[in-house]
Design a protein around this ligand. Structure first.
Ligand code: NQM
Length: 304
């Protein structure tokens, strides 16, 4: 099938620079996607955007170039609940990738088991309104209860302004819960302001809640972008990520978010995104927790 990209789509950055920051051995890129290729794995009819292709081979080449040992591949909404591209990537990763899928309540136990064998360890519930149609909460809780039996966790993606309304639902999820991109704070507000305080309270009061300190390129308002050798990118996001790193060092993850769907302003150089890590995790101990210990505990417990 032939697909036409969403108008204005920014393709991923070809030829990223070699990071100056040397990732610790065994580092995990815990948030990235594969898109298609559309000709082989068609995008879902209900999708809200049509991306460029971003294949498993291209993802694994980036992994090797940047110095990551492993990937956690997250199902993106452009593939709906058809996890074929994700599963195929997991099956070709030589055990070096785990996955987070999207499922509906109609998924069978046998299908869940097959996904587990391929390396899926979680499901994603997306509440970002521009990306998905509403799924009833009782359906999501039913799915959470089923995947809990497999030892999986739930990844949640939402905008900070929606946290109050979603609080009761999120705190009813019976598994480990991993928040994408720190719950998308508005970084023009103070890090000590009420909005981010609520997010920190969410993590503090619920020890099953983890957070990805990812996507400065999506959250930043004042930049500067990770382009042209910039070693001090996305300054406005740093205090937010550092706060979470410092308070919850054993419940944080980091990922590139390659191939960076739906960016409007610029496409970051992924090598420079890796150079962002020491700004939010300044010590070697924090870097090891963020990039190795925590993701292994969640996705490769047999190795940790
Ligand atoms: O890559 C991300 O994490 C964020 C996305 C895309 C997405 O989540 C999806 O399509 O499922 C976004 O904010 O557009």
């Amino acid at each position: 099938m032939e697909f036409t990209k969403t108008p204005g789509w920014l393709d991923w950055y070809a030829g990223p620079s070699q990071p100056r920051f040397k990732l610790p051995a065994g580092a995990v890129d815990a948030h990235c996607h594969v898109f298609g290729p559309g000709a082989q794995f068609p995008f879902a009819p209900e999708r809200k955007y049509t991306p460029c292709d971003a294949s498993q081979a291209q993802l694994f080449a980036l992994r090797d170039q940047l110095g990551f040992a492993r990937n956690v591949i997250v199902q993106a909404t452009c593939h709906g609940a058809d996890n074929s591209a994700l599963i195929d990537a997991l099956q070709h990763a030589d055990g070096r990738a785990r996955g987070v899928a999207t499922v509906r309540r109609t998924v069978s136990d046998a299908e869940l088991q097959a996904m587990h064998e391929a390396g899926v360890r979680g499901v994603r519930f997306n509440f970002v309104k521009r990306l998905v149609d509403f799924t009833p909460k009782d359906e999501l809780l039913e799915i959470a209860g089923r995947v809990a039996k497999l030892g999986w966790h739930v990844v949640i993606y939402f905008e900070a302004v929606d946290l109050p309304e979603l609080w009761d639902f999120f705190t009813a999820i019976p598994t480990t819960v991993v928040v994408d991109h720190m719950g998308r704070p508005d970084v023009t507000q103070p890090v000590d302001g009420p909005e981010f305080a609520l997010f920190l309270r969410f993590m503090r009061e619920h020890p099953n809640v983890w957070s990805k300190l990812s996507c400065p390129e999506r959250l930043s308002v004042s930049g500067p972008p990770a382009l042209q050798g910039e070693q001090a990118a996305y300054r406005d996001v740093v205090p937010f990520a550092r706060r979470v790193m410092e308070e919850f060092p054993d419940r944080v993850l980091w990922g590139t978010d390659w191939p960076h769907p739906n960016l409007k302003d610029h496409m970051p150089d992924d090598g420079l995104l890796v150079d962002f890590i020491p700004h939010i995790a300044p010590t070697a101990e924090q870097q090891h927790q963020l990039l190795v210990d925590n993701p292994l505990r969640l996705y490769w417990p047999e190795l940790s």
